[in-house]
Design a protein around this ligand. Structure first.
Ligand code: NAD
Length: 493
């Protein structure tokens, strides 16, 4: 059944269904401020019904051979490939990122489907014969049940795919709750999922806000929670899910430092640091928010980064030449502007000020142009708070050791990067920096789908991350079987 109306609906048991809540939110295009759709805030009864459907689907789906389960994923990959342009336009319209960024995001989503198709191998356990005379032991992986996936706004297509293809390939059923701020992308993708003719209840979608998320976390028939969002919420989700006896992986926010040594390649480093800071308008959990120059790098990179920031073409992401779009909402823009207004103390220089940009289109949408602050003292609120906007703060230290100490003093640990032409410095940094994703001459160290999307400290609560082998481990329970089959029991036939 197709779902084209502006009032979005949930998806369960192969049908588009009503939320029955009577409560709706407007979904707004942040570049034009035009309304795109209404998203329902689903009621607790509706969540219960969807969990019931997913739970009912689990038994048969679990028994479906893995080689059959992945056939649906092969088909989904093809459908996503055929619809890249359409989905990318929707991502851009509701999230504000550029069409190039949207295509890239979708490519990462597809990559996760491809990796999940390796389930027959990746789900394998291991065994030993004769752990004692005539006794064998094996570990087998079994699915856990209903997996709930709660998503943030900044990657409407990619983040659900860190979890969903793995969950179902491993034999679980799942429920996706998209961010209420960007629900249209998943709605469009569920139009494609609808074409798969999966058994009823294997993949479901429920729209809503934190109430729906809480309903899922507290529901006794939900086995696991995969959450991505801000640290404050990730912590709460982790605690609440644990209280309800669930397996949980909760990714939080970030404040990513990029260290620039004097021997870094000027042109390449400037481009990469700038792309990391201002790509997706700084709304990436792997965005550079601190650029820490070491020694002589200070003077050189300050001007290069400022010139690059000023040159970026900011506008509506659907225009192919746009290099940076708006932030997600009026509230987000006000929050960033207020943070800067409140925290910009006298010793900080505003090298590039992108606040309140001029021009009819930029004044209408939720735009902040690239902004660069200089001379941030360590521990300053702007150096420790996740701004989640196009604001890059420059800090300066004397040695690599000082830079690593600064990296490790932060509360977050999503990513840390180093720019250098010295192998020894790179190795030291890789060895000592306390972050789950490390980039060496890379500005957005986003792991491919066959690596875990690692995060440390306040950027992640849990043990097993999304993507790759970690995902298969998260979505399965290990069962260890010890078997005795004495040889004298052998029958002669
Ligand atoms: P958010 O925390 O506001 O919301 C994320 C999701 O949680 C949404 O679906 C929302 O409905 C739900 N939610 C909100 N409050 C809740 C509550 N009290 N209980 C349960 N669920 C609740 O995050 P956001 O603004 O949508 O996304 C941006 C944040 O996500 C940034 O902090 C960013 O760094 C982070 N992020 C992290 C990663 C990562 O891998 N570490 C990736 C992407 C985004």
């Amino acid at each position: 059944m197709s779902q084209n109306s502006i009032e979005l609906r949930n998806y369960t048991n192969g049908n588009w269904t009503d939320s029955k809540s009577g409560e709706w939110l407007d979904v707004i295009n942040p570049a034009t401020t035009q309304k795109i759709s209404n998203v329902p805030l689903s009621s607790a009864d509706v969540v219960n019904k969807i969990v019931h459907n997913a739970s009912a689907a689990f038994k048969d789906w679990r028994e479906t051979p893995v080689t059959e389960r992945i056939q649906y994923l092969f088909k989904l990959k093809n459908l996503l490939e055929e619809n890249i342009e359409n989905i990318a336009r929707t991502i851009t319209m509701e999230s504000g990122k550029t069409i190039h960024e949207s295509r890239g995001e979708l490519r990462r989503a597809i990559e996760n489907v491809e990796v999940a198709c390796g389930a027959p191998t990746l789900l394998q356990g291991y065994n030993n014969e004769d752990i004692a005379n005539g006794i064998d032991e094996m570990m087998i992986r079994q699915p856990i049940g209903v997996a709930a996936i709660i998503c943030p706004f900044n990657f409407p297509a990619m983040i659900p795919f860190w979890f969903m293809p793995y969950a179902i390939a491993a034999g679980n059923s799942c429920i996706v709750k998209p961010s209420e701020r960007v629900p249209n992308t998943m709605n469009l993708i569920f139009e494609l999922i609808d074409e798969l003719d999966l058994p009823d209840g294997v993949i479901n979608m429920v729209h809503g806000d934190h109430h729906v998320a809480s309903n899922l976390i507290e529901h006794p028939d939900v086995a696991s929670i995969s959450f991505v969002g801000s640290t404050a919420v990730a912590k709460k989700v982790y605690e609440k899910a644990a209280q309800h006896g669930k397996r949980v992986q909760a990714s939080g926010g970030a404040k990513n430092p990029l260290i620039i040594l004097p021997d870094a390649d000027p042109e390449m480093t400037t481009k990469i640091v700038s792309d990391s800071a201002f790509g997706c308008a700084g709304q990436r959990c792997l965005a550079a928010s601190l650029a820490v120059t070491v020694g002589d790098a200070k003077e050189k990179f300050r001007d290069l980064l400022s010139d690059r920031a000023k040159s970026l073409n900011v506008g509506y992401g659907l225009n192919e030449e746009t290099q940076m779009g708006p932030v997600i909402s009026a509230q987000s823009r006000s929050r960033i502007e207020k943070l800067l207004a409140d925290q910009l103390t006298g010793d900080i220089d505003v090298l590039v000020d992108g606040r309140k940009p001029k021009g009819a289109d930029l004044e209408k949408g939720y735009f902040i142009k690239p902004t660069i602050l200089d001379n941030l003292p360590a521990n300053h609120p702007l150096a420790t708070t996740e701004i989640f906007g196009p604001v890059l703060s420059l800090m300066h230290v004397d040695t690599v050791e000082d830079a690593i100490e600064l990296v490790n003093s932060g509360a977050y640990g999503n990513m840390a990067c180093l720019f250098t032409s010295s192998g020894a410095s790179a190795r030291k940094f890789r060895y000592d920096a306390e972050a789950g994703n490390i980039g060496i001459n890379i500005g957005v160290a986003a792991p491919m789908a066959f690596f875990p999307f690692s995060g440390w400290k306040d950027s992640f609560f849990g043990d097993l991350h999304g993507q790759g082998r970690n995902a298969f481990e998260f979505f399965t329970r290990q069962k260890v079987v010890v078997e005795r089959w004495p040889s004298h029991w052998s029958r002669k036939f």
